[in-house]
Structures are given as structure tokens and as C-alpha cells.
Write a protein that binds this ligand. Structure first.
Ligand SMILES: Nc1ncnc2c1ncn2[C@@H]1O[C@H](COP(=O)(O)OP(=O)(O)OP(=O)(O)O)[C@@H](O)[C@H]1O
Ligand SMILES: [Mg+2]
Length: 606
């Protein structure tokens, strides 16, 4: 597997946090009623805690000063009721937001998944799968937690702090000002910290993605890892990344600790100063004891809202970077369908036609020659054409252009005279069926895997016919539950040849007009291969087919053969003609040395 760079490493220019978070609005919008109600409930609950000092003031200056036990009990009852009301309201808030927010997360995840399905192969070539996985899991969790907790409490605590400050100033202006002294340095420090924290948080999230990639690759490639005794080097790679992530997390924690210390210490000092100043003034008689009690308990009630600002900002910053990472995938360019207005089908050039087709991989280094460079080829309507070429000559790449898994960089490809670049993808892909070298099966039953290649109307008869053509009916019948047996990642493992035959069945089940097979029989023994070929001949009669072939036996399926060499079609003809006229072809087919060095075209120079 080629080393895939994590495109996220080049951290994007930092945008305003609010602007990034506004991207979440479309998802929050449907639940905005509950969401804002919950916020309002939390604000009321939090402000209730500010009423407590007022009751205390009344209690100290009234019943306590007057030595009235009945009044003291009444005051205590008020305090109890306030406490209960506060707790009940916070409980209500939690109940209000829990369900809507999990639906927000689910919808965001759905959108991400849908997006991943529609993004072009070139995108998936470029992005490591772990980076995508971590966006769909941890990042979305961070976003949901942000909506549930830090977002609400930033607002709630902000309102509470403002209301508290107003109360403090109203109770005693000079003491209030002493207490508010640290506000300016705290705000400055917070904004400085927020920027630094954002950078580190983003780095940590990217590193989680890299770590996920390593885990995923070594689980998928567990046979290779074990077979080559590579567990130690894999473990080493994992350890390195984990260590990197740990040190990033530690620097996150250090930043958080610093800011937390400042945010806690500065107000604490101010409270101490206010306490001394207030006591002196109570002793002088300039201030009532009740006012001082109320003042200090208001200040203490504000401690949590102030202290929490630090980590609320940190969590918000993480949500900002998680949202950025999420949106990077949503903003990647999708496969686009051409504007309506296609050309009429049919015409003089039926079949599958390549005209001057060239292709180079978007991520190929500068200066490398294109993989395909002016391919001209015509597969006549109803004909089967074999495509032969040295390994690495671009056969798979050429076949992938037909269903537009990659977009040709030059020239055009016509299906029955219609340019595929102007066709809707869905229609194109219903016309063309493919089976790739790597037979991929999904975690589903055998039948479901095969019927994936046909429309919704296809059923048992189509399935039986396709399994018959691929000579898969025998072994499928012997599976524990026949065609209903689960295969793929979560189910029974099949042999390479069995998987290949199911992939072939999937390609032919929909009776496609155009069939593209990339070396479909490579994993079969000669006897099975002969039987598949005999059955396949019947299918090939009905379609226009391009079949990549490495072996003479597969070539025999075809009416004509084309030789791909150095990015273009070097020769076309029947097997016999090419054997006589092309040294490279004869060399590829027989393994015998072909006089001139013309045969060595494969990987060399590419
Ligand atoms: N995703 C990719 N990005 C960049 N280069 C690629 C990519 N896939 C293939 N290539 C390069 O394109 C060239 C053609 O590859 P291709 O898979 O088409 O060969 P092939 O003819 O099918 O070979 P084989 O007979 O071994 O299957 C190779 O040199 C390969 O290194
Ligand atoms: Mg190939």
C-alpha cells in the first residue's frame, strides 16, 4: 500500500472559531427549540444560586441580628427550596438536550458517510482511512459533547458572571471594583491561551487519525504482519505514534494547568483583598455584616463559573478543530455529473471506443510520464477484446476509466457513440459492470454480495444463473446456509478462487451491456478455469466486453487482442496474428525470450 500523506498535516489557516462553529447550525437547527429551552433553563438555574446570598443578607441583618429563631428557620427553608429548585432545573436541562443531541451526532455521521461514498477514488487514494475513521468517531463525539456542555455553559456562566458582577457592584461599589480588578488580565490570558490550545488540539486530533490508520492497517494486514514476523516493527510504529500523541496530550494538559492556575489564583487573591477591606469597614461601621456576608458569598458563588471558563474554552477549542476536520471532508470536491444534454446513442461507432485517452494519477510526482498516453482502441459492439500487457503497463488503470472511477485526463471514451464524460454516473454504471483483480466481498450473505451487481428487481433465478456461470454454484451449495451464508469480514472466509468467482458472478448477474473484467480467472485451477470459460463464453456473446488477460487460456475467450505497451495500444489483432507480428506479445504469452529488448517494457521507466 502506498504511503499516504495525511493532508491534514498542513494545518489550514486558522479561521475565526465562531465562523467554524456556525457550520454546525444546519444540524442544530431542527432541534433548536429544545436546545435553546435547555439553555434558558440552565441560565435560570444558575442565577438562582445568586439569590442565595441575598437570602443570607436578609437572614444576617434581620432574624440573626434580632435573635428571632422563627425567622432563622424560615430563612433556612428558603435556602433549602432554592437549592432544590436549582438541582431540579439542571436535571431538566440534561433531560431536554440528551436526545436531540444524539440525533444531531447521528445525522452528522450519516452525512459524513454519504459523502465518503460519493467522493472520487482519487480522494480515497489521497486520504488515509484512519484519518477518515477518526473524523467519523472521536471528532463527532467531541462535537456532540461540546453542544451538550461547554457551549451551553459558556453562555450560562457568562450570563451568571455578568449578573453576579452587577449584584456585587450594587451591593458595594468599591468592594465590587476590587473584586473585578483581575478581569482584564484574565480575559487577555484566556484569548492568548485559546489560540495556543487550538493548535495543539488540532495536532492531537490528527495524531489520533494517524494512530487509527496504523491499527487499521495492521488488523487488515494481520496475515502479512504475522507471516513476515513484523509484529515487532508494527508495534514499534504504533509505539512511536502513541508516544507522539502522548506528548501532544501532555502539552495540552500543561497549557490547561497554567491557565487554570492563573484563572483560579487571580480571583482568589481579589476575594482575599475584598475580605480584608470589607472586615475593616464592618469594624468601622461603614458596612453592615449582612452586606459583607452577601458580598462574599456572591463572590464565592461566582467561583465555579469563573474557574470553569478555562476548560470550557479548551473544550470549545477542541470542538472548533474537530469541526474543521469534519468539514474538510464535507468540502472535498465530489464526483460531478455533467450538465444535462447528452448526445444521441447509437450511430456509426457502436461498442466501446477509446479515442486518444491519456491518464496520469493526480498525485504522481512531477516529471513522471503519464500511465496512459494516447490510447486508441475500439471494442466493436458484441465483441470480446482481450487486453494484454506487461505488469504495471496500465491495464487496471485503463479499465477503471470506463466506469469513471478515475477521470481520463485527455481524450474521450465512448459507449455506443456516447461520451461517458457527458453521461450521468448512475446510468453509466448501470451500463457497465466490472470485476477487479482484488475481489472484494462485504459483510453480507453470498446472495447479497452477488446481487449487488444487479437492479433491485433481480432475484433467485438471476442469482442461480450468475453463480452457474462463475462455476460457484457447487461450493456455494456446500456452504452451511447456501447462498444465505454470511461472508466477508464478519463471516466465513472464502478462498481466493472462491472470492474471485463470486466477484465474477456479481459482474455478470445484471446482464450488463458492457462488461469489464480485470484478470477474472487468475486464481483458478486450470480445470475450474476451463469450466468458467465455457460458461462465460455464453455471457460474452450477449455483451461488449473488455477482458484483461495474462494467460493464453483467458485470451482464448476473446475475438481479438490488444497489446498495451508504454501507455498506448501497440498492436491489435487475433491471438495468432499478434503471436507472429509482435515480439513483445509472443514473449508475454510464452515466457520465451523475444530476440530484441522490446519486451522489457513493463515496470521499467515507469
Ligand atoms: N493510485 C495510484 N497512484 C499512483 N500511481 C498508481 C496508482 N495505481 C497504479 N499506479 C501506477 O500506475 C501504473 C499502472 O498500474 P496498473 O495497476 O494499471 O498496472 P496493470 O497493467 O494493471 O498491472 P498488473 O498486470 O500488475 O495488474 C503502475 O506503474 C503503478 O505504479
Ligand atoms: Mg492490474
Amino acid at each position: 500500500m502506498p504511503e499516504k500523506p495525511a493532508p491534514s498535516e498542513s494545518a489550514p489557516a486558522r479561521r475565526s472559531a465562531v465562523r467554524v462553529l456556525l457550520r454546525l447550525w444546519p444540524y442544530v437547527r431542527p432541534v433548536r427549540g429544545r436546545f435553546f429551552t435547555a439553555g434558558a433553563v440552565a441560565i435560570v438555574a444558575s442565577c438562582l444560586s445568586l439569590v442565595i446570598p441575598l437570602v443570607l443578607k436578609w437572614l444576617v441583618d434581620g432574624p440573626v441580628a434580632d435573635r428571632d429563631p422563627g425567622g432563622v428557620w424560615l430563612g433556612a427553608l428558603y435556602l433549602l427550596l432554592l437549592g432544590i429548585a436549582e438541582a431540579a432545573l439542571f436535571g431538566l436541562r440534561r433531560w431536554l438536550v440528551a436526545r436531540p443531541l444524539s440525533s444531531v451526532e447521528a445525522r452528522m455521521r450519516e452525512d459524513l458517510y454519504g459523502r465518503l461514498q460519493r467522493l472520487p477514488i482519487a480522494f480515497h487514494d489521497r486520504w488515509a482511512s484512519g484519518q477518515l475513521l477518526s473524523r467519523g468517531t472521536t471528532d463527532l463525539m467531541v462535537i456532540r459533547m461540546f453542544l451538550a456542555f461547554p457551549l451551553t455553559f459558556l453562555v450560562v456562566n457568562g450570563v451568571t458572571i455578568l449578573a453576579g458582577c452587577a449584584l456585587l457592584l450594587a451591593q458595594d461599589l468599591s468592594l465590587g471594583l476590587v473584586l473585578l480588578l483581575p478581569v482584564v488580565p484574565v480575559v487577555v490570558l484566556c484569548s492568548y491561551f485559546e489560540r495556543r490550545y487550538g493548535v495543539v488540539a488540532r495536532r492531537a486530533q490528527d495524531q489520533v487519525g494517524d494512530l487509527t490508520t496504523v491499527v487499521e492497517e495492521s488488523v487488515l494486514g494481520i496475515r502479512i504482519v504475522k507471516g513476515f514476523g513484523r509484529h515487532r516493527s508494527q508495534a514499534e510504529a504504533f509505539r512511536r505514534l502513541a508516544e507522539l500523541l502522548r506528548s501532544t496530550e501532555l502539552s495540552k494538559a500543561r497549557l490547561l494547568a497554567t491557565i487554570w492556575a492563573l484563572i483560579t489564583v487571580l480571583p482568589e487573591l481579589a476575594i482575599g483583598a475584598a475580605l480584608v477591606l470589607g472586615s475593616v469597614r464592618v469594624a468601622d461601621g461603614g458596612l453592615s455584616a449582612g452586606t459583607l456576608v452577601a458580598f462574599l458569598s456572591t463572590a464565592l458563588a461566582l467561583r465555579w463559573p469563573v474557574d470553569s471558563i478555562g476548560f470550557l474554552l479548551a473544550m470549545s477549542q477542541e470542538a472548533v478543530t474537530a469541526t474543521e476536520r469534519y468539514c474538510e471532508v464535507l468540502d472535498a470536491e465530489e464526483e460531478r455529473d455533467p450538465a444535462a444534454g447528452t448526445r444521441p446513442a447509437g450511430g456509426p461507432s457502436g461498442g466501446l471506443r477509446f479515442e486518444g485517452v491519456s491518464f496520469r494519477f493526480p498525485d504522481a510526482p512531477d516529471g513522471t510520464p503519464p500511465v496512459l498516453d494516447g490510447v486508441d482502441l475500439h471494442v466493436r459492439s458484441g465483441e470480446t477484446l482481450a487486453l494484454v500487457g506487461a505488469t504495471g503497463s496500465g491495464k487496471t488503470t485503463l479499465t477503471a476509466l470506463v466506469p469513471r472511477l478515475h477521470e481520463a485526463s485527455g481524450g474521450r471514451i465512448l459507449l455506443d457513440g456516447e461520451d461517458i464524460a457527458l453521461m450521468e454516473r448512475e446510468r453509466l454504471r448501470s451500463l457497465v459492470s466490472v470485476a477487479f483483480e482484488e475481489p472484494t466481498l462485504f459483510s453480507a450473505s453470498v446472495g447479497e454480495n452477488v446481487l449487488m451487481g444487479a437492479g433491485a428487481a433481480a432475484g433467485q433465478p438471476e442469482l442461480d444463473r450468475a453463480l452457474g456461470i462463475a462455476q460457484a454454484d457447487g461450493f456455494v451449495g456446500r456452504l452451511p446456509e447456501g447462498a444465505g451464508t454470511q461472508v466477508g469480514e464478519q463471516g466465513l472466509s472464502l478462498s481466493g478462487g472462491q472470492r474471485q468467482r463470486l466477484a465474477l458472478a456479481r459482474a455478470v448477474v445484471g446482464r450488463p451491456r458492457f462488461l469489464v473484467l480485470d484478470d477474472p480467472l487468475s486464481a483458478l485451477d486450470v480445470h475450474t478455469e476451463a469450466r468458467v470459460e465455457a460458461a462465460l463464453r455464453e455471457v460474452l456473446k450477449e455483451t461488449t466486453a473488455l477482458v484483461v488477460a495474462h494467460r493464453p487460456s483467458t485470451v482464448m475467450l476473446a475475438d481479438r487482442v490488444a497489446l498495451l505497451s508504454e501507455g498506448r495500444i501497440a498492436a491489435v489483432g487475433t491471438h495468432q496474428e499478434l503471436l507472429r507480428s509482435s515480439a513483445e506479445y509472443a514473449w508475454l504469452m510464452s515466457g520465451a525470450t523475444a530476440g530484441e529488448g522490446s519486451a522489457e517494457t513493463g515496470d521499467a521507466g515507469r
